[in-house]
Design a protein around this ligand. Structure first.
Ligand code: HSE
Length: 393
C-alpha cells in the first residue's frame, strides 16, 4: 500500500520513524505500507529520514496525480492545506490529518466532501495527541447522547501552567521549554492564546451535538498574561490554575469556552506537563475520562498510525457528521470567577463578591454569574486576567 505524507516537521518525522522501525511487524500483519513521496516546502534543507531512499518533492501535483490512495497531512498551514485536502479528496484520496486548524475551520465542508467522494476523512490526531478521543466518541454517538465534554486540550499551556505551579517559574521561562519539547505550535500564540484548544473543542463539540459550532462563537481566553500573583491568589484559596476547554448542552443552549480555571488537587483534569485530560458525559454511563500525552512527535504520530491502519484494514468509521442539528451558543451557566484587573468599573462592582488589592491590582472573586455577564462587565478592559472557579471551597 502506497501512501504520501504532506509535511516533514516534528510529527511527519515521527510517522516516518514509526513506519521504518515497525516495518517488519507491520508486514507480518499484512500492512505493507510504503511511503511513495513526501511533500515538503524546501528541497534544499538537509533531512535525516530513517529510510534513506525516500522521495521528497515540493510539487503538490506529484502527490495529487500519484496513485497513492491515502495521504497523511502533518502540515501546519491553514488555507494552503485546506485547498490541497479538497483537491486530494476530489481526486479520490483518503485523508489522515493532524491539522486541527484545517479540521476545525472546514469541518462541515471536509465531512461533506468525504461523503461525496466516498473517501475516509480521519482526524484522530487533531485532538489530544496520542489519546484516542475521536473514535470512542464517534462510536458512542450511535447509541448514547453526550451532553458535556470538559478537558485539557492543549499540552503547551498545561506544561507552562503546571511548571509555574510546581517550580514557581515565570511564564516566559517555561514557554521556551515547551517549545524545545516540541509541544508548541510554530507560532505559540495559538497555544497560549487558547486558539488551539478552541479548535479542538470546536471539533469534538460539533461532533457530539451534530451541530455546527462556529469558532468565533466560542469564548476563548488564554494564559498569555497569567502571573505568579494569580497562582498565589489561587493557592491561598486551595487551587491551582489550568486552561480548560468546556462544552455543555443545557436547555437547548450550548455553553462553550476555553478559559483558565481554578482547579483543586483532586480535580480530574489537574494534570502536569503535556498531559491532556478529557471527561465525557453520556446518557448510558454518566461519565468517563481519558488521560495521556496530548502533544509531541511520536505521541501524535501514534494517533496517525492508528487512523492509517483502520483505513488500510477497511475498518475506519465513515463520516456521518452532517450538522443537521442547530443549537444556540449561549454561556449562561453560572459560576464564580477570579478577575485580576487594574480598573474597577460600576459594571464590575455589581458582580463582586470579595476583593483584595495589591498595588494597582484588584484581585476579585465574583458572585455566581454567567460567562456572558462577566464578559460584558470586563469587555473594555485592557489588562485583565480571568479564571473560572471550578468549585467554591
Ligand atoms: N501545540 C499543541 C499542544 C500540539 O500544545 O497541545 C498538539 O495538538
Amino acid at each position: 500500500m502506497k501512501i504520501a505524507i504532506m509535511g516533514f516537521g516534528t510529527v511527519g518525522c515521527g510517522v516516518e520513524e514509526i513506519l521504518y522501525k515497525k516495518r517488519k511487524s507491520l508486514i507480518k500483519n499484512n500492512f505493507d505500507i510504503q511511503i511513495d513521496k513526501i511533500l515538503i516546502k524546501n528541497t534544499d534543507k538537509q533531512r535525516f529520514p530513517h529510510q534513506k531512499d525516500l522521495v521528497f518533492t515540493d510539487d503538490f501535483d506529484e502527490v495529487l496525480n500519484s496513485d497513492v490512495d491515502t495521504v497523511i497531512d502533518v502540515t501546519s498551514s491553514l488555507e494552503e492545506t485546506h485547498e490541497r485536502i479538497v483537491a486530494l479528496m476530489n481526486a479520490g484520496k483518503n485523508i489522515v490529518t493532524a491539522n486541527k486548524a484545517v479540521v476545525s475551520k472546514y469541518f462541515e465542508e471536509l465531512n461533506e466532501l468525504a461523503v461525496k467522494n466516498d473517501v475516509y476523512f480521519s482526524y484522530e490526531a487533531s485532538v489530544a495527541g496520542a489519546i484516542p478521543v475521536i473514535h470512542p466518541i464517534m462510536e458512542e454517538i450511535f447509541f448514547s447522547d453526550m451532553n458535556k465534554i470538559y478537558g485539557i486540550l492543549n499540552g503547551t499551556s498545561n506544561y507552562i501552567l503546571s511548571k509555574m505551579e510546581t517550580e514557581g517559574l515565570s511564564y516566559d521561562e517555561v514557554l521556551k521549554k515547551a517549545q524545545d519539547l516540541g509541544y508548541a505550535e510554530a507560532d505559540p500564540t495559538a497555544d497560549v492564546g487558547g486558539l488551539d484548544a478552541m479548535r479542538k473543542i470546536r471539533i469534538v463539540s460539533s461532533l457530539i451535538y451534530n451541530s455546527k459550532i462556529n469558532e468565533e462563537d466560542i469564548f476563548t481566553f488564554g494564559i498569555s498574561n497569567v502571573t505568579k500573583t494569580d497562582f498565589e491568589f489561587a493557592k491561598n484559596l486551595g487551587y491551582s490554575i489550568r486552561l480548560l476547554a468546556k462544552c455543555a448542552l443545557e436547555a437547548n443552549n450550548i455553553n462553550i469556552s476555553v478559559i483558565p480555571t481554578f482547579v483543586a488537587d483532586d480535580f480530574f483534569a489537574k494534570t502536569f506537563e503535556g498531559t491532556n485530560a478529557i471527561k465525557v458525559w453520556g446518557e448510558n454511563f454518566n461519565s468517563y475520562e481519558f488521560k495521556g500525552p496530548g502533544a509531541g512527535k511520536l505521541e501524535t504520530a501514534d494517533a496517525i498510525m492508528r487512523d492509517l491502519l483502520r483505513i488500510l484494514a477497511k475498518r475506519e468509521i465513515k463520516t456521518f457528521y452532517d450538522a443537521t442539528n442547530s443549537f444556540e451558543v449561549e454561556n449562561n451557566i453560572k459560576h464564580k470567577f477570579y478577575i485580576r484587573t487594574t480598573e474597577v468599573t460600576d459594571g464590575l462592582k455589581n458582580i463582586i463578591d470579595r476583593e483584595k488589592t495589591s498595588g494597582e491590582n484588584h484581585m476579585i472573586v465574583t458572585k455566581k454569574v454567567s460567562l456572558d455577564e462577566l464578559t460584558s462587565a470586563i469587555e473594555k478592559f485592557d489588562q485583565v486576567f480571568i479564571s473560572e472557579i471550578e468549585e467554591e471551597k
